[in-house]
Design a protein around this ligand. Structure first.
Ligand code: DUC
Ligand code: ZN
Ligand code: ZN
Length: 478
């Protein structure tokens, strides 16, 4: 593979930003050099096959989206992005690694669930990918399977306190799984919402004729998230298992995580762009000529969008700044309105849960830099570096340093990104949850293991460019 010199840019890491050139040799980064110094050496100059001019631009480690659901079967249908379309959209948006969730369904062996996910992804991905393991049926066999998971390069698993009858685990099951995790070093990821209580509220709302998407957000009240987050933290405390709470949207859940961290407990939280920008009133309560009050179905996801009036968004941004929350992933789980979200017309509980966002995370978070919410370095940290450290990829991913995979994004702070169908929109969806968003900043060039896969406005990659990455244990176990 050719040698590439990325020259004239500002290399941004989680700890600083400085002018530097980056020399890429084949699939890996060979050197980070004083600006211009590489071209002074005649031999080196001769051996550089390609020069990428990053003048005026940021050179950052490729994004790592640690929470996606390509092709997830859910609510009588399946997430509309395949590994092929979803990872290509991710590449367009400057994400060079995803960690998707392999699923063990009820009655299935964990090993078979994982094998099925390998089959879906193999040979189709545009970028590198790893897996977490959803354990949807905690029993003796799956607890035994958990013990072998890290050897498969799958060092994290996820449980659900929501969705009774589907993915749900009760407290006894959670406790036992966490005991195994404490023993083996697996990271426990938790969907923290009180599912049984939510289901009662859902039934009551529907019986009152409250069937619109808006009531999805009413049923999944913040108390349901706070309570489950607290319970998960307590079970993790008892067992000594590290805990990572996914898609945190309620400020009260953030407070639970912060309090546990202040007590010295090894707990972490991620939020998603939708919770930073979108709200119960503006999106779930939306109405349009085309869809009427069903318009809000576009934004039905769990945990739900929160009330703007309650100021969750400000608190989430602040928590990202102060490290009460450590990461931003997307929970990318796209469904089209037609034939998919439509399944829940007249009954919000039948709307498939999920928002597509894998393409826009880097841009939407860069807007946080422009808006003064987070620093440039923190942008890189919460979208790439911590993701790598949290999930056993660091050194290879999440950092620009000699020996690391050449997963690099040249980001133009002077560029603009217009999001919406027919604009920046490569996900397999008939709408965009971010329609009309105008973002400062633009992904210019994306390199995945040394191969330029996005170049200006062109996609140059192929299905199968990406490989499965075996992950080690989290760096945050102690
Ligand atoms: N939440 C979603 O919005 N979609 C998939 C699963 C989940 O927990
Ligand atoms: Zn979830
Ligand atoms: Zn999810």
């Amino acid at each position: 593979m050719p040698t590439t010199l990325i020259t004239g840019g500002t290399v941004v890491s989680a700890t600083g930003a400085s002018a530097a050139d980056v020399l890429v040799d084949g699939e890996t980064i060979r050197a980070v050099l004083e600006p211009g110094s590489a071209l002074l050496g005649v031999d080196l100059a001769r051996s550089v096959d390609r020069v990428i001019d990053a003048g005026g631009k940021y050179v950052i480690p490729g994004g790592i989206d640690a929470h996606t659901h390509m092709e997830l079967p859910f609510g009588g249908t399946a997430a509309s992005d395949t590994f092929e379309t979803g990872t290509r959209a991710a590449a367009w948006g400057g994400t060079t690694t995803i960690i998707d969730f392999a699923v063990q369904t009820h009655g299935q062996r964990v090993e078979d669930g994982l094998a099925a996910w390998h089959d879906k992804a193999a040979g189709t991905c545009a970028i590198d990918y790893g897996f977490h393991q959803i354990v949807g049926d905690v029993n003796e066999a799956s607890l035994a399977a958990l013990r072998g998971l890290a050897d498969e390069g799958v060092s994290s698993y996820k449980l659900f306190m929501a969705y009774p009858g589907v993915f749900y685990s009760d407290d006894a099951q959670i406790l036992q799984a966490m005991q195994v995790a404490a023993d083996t070093g697996l990271m426990t990821m938790m969907h923290a919402e009180n599912g049984p209580a939510i289901d009662v509220l859902v039934r009551q709302l529907l019986a009152e004729g409250k069937t619109d998407p808006y009531f999805h957000g009413v049923a999944r009240a913040w108390q349901m998230e706070e309570e489950a987050t607290h319970r998960a933290i307590m079970l993790a405390h008892l067992t000594g298992a590290p805990l990572y709470v996914v898609h945190v949207s309620a400020k009260q859940a953030v407070a639970q995580l912060a309090a546990a961290r202040d007590r010295g407990q090894n707990v972490f939280g991620e939020t998603c762009p939708q919770y930073l920008y979108l709200s119960l009133e503006e999106q779930l309560g939306a109405s349009s000529e085309e869809w009427g009050s069903f318009e809000g179905a576009k934004w039905v996801c769990s945990t739900p969008l929160r009330s703007k009036q309650e100021h969750h968004q400000d608190e989430l941004w602040q928590a990202l700044r102060t490290n009460d929350l450590q990461m931003v992933s997307t929970d990318h789980c796209p469904f089209c309105m037609k034939d998919q979200k439509e399944l829940g017309r007249g009954d919000f509980s039948k709307i498939p849960n999920g928002i597509g966002g894998v393409e826009h995370r880097m841009d939407l978070l860069y807007q946080g830099v422009v808006d003064g919410r987070i620093s440039l370095e923190r942008w890189v940290e919460i979208t790439a570096t911590t993701s790598a450290r949290m999930f056993g990829l660091y050194g290879r991913k999440g950092v620009i340093q000699p020996g690391a995979d050449a997963d690099i994004v040249v980001y133009d702070p002077a560029g603009r990104t217009s999001i919406g169908v027919g604009k920046a929109h490569h996900m397999n969806m008939d709408h965009s949850a971010w329609e009309g968003f105008e973002i400062d900043g633009h992904v210019d060039t994306v390199m995945s293991r040394g191969r330029v896969i996005v170049d200006g406005g062109e996609y140059r990659g192929r299905p199968g460019d990406g490989s499965f990455v075996k992950r080690g244990l989290s760096q945050y176990l102690l």
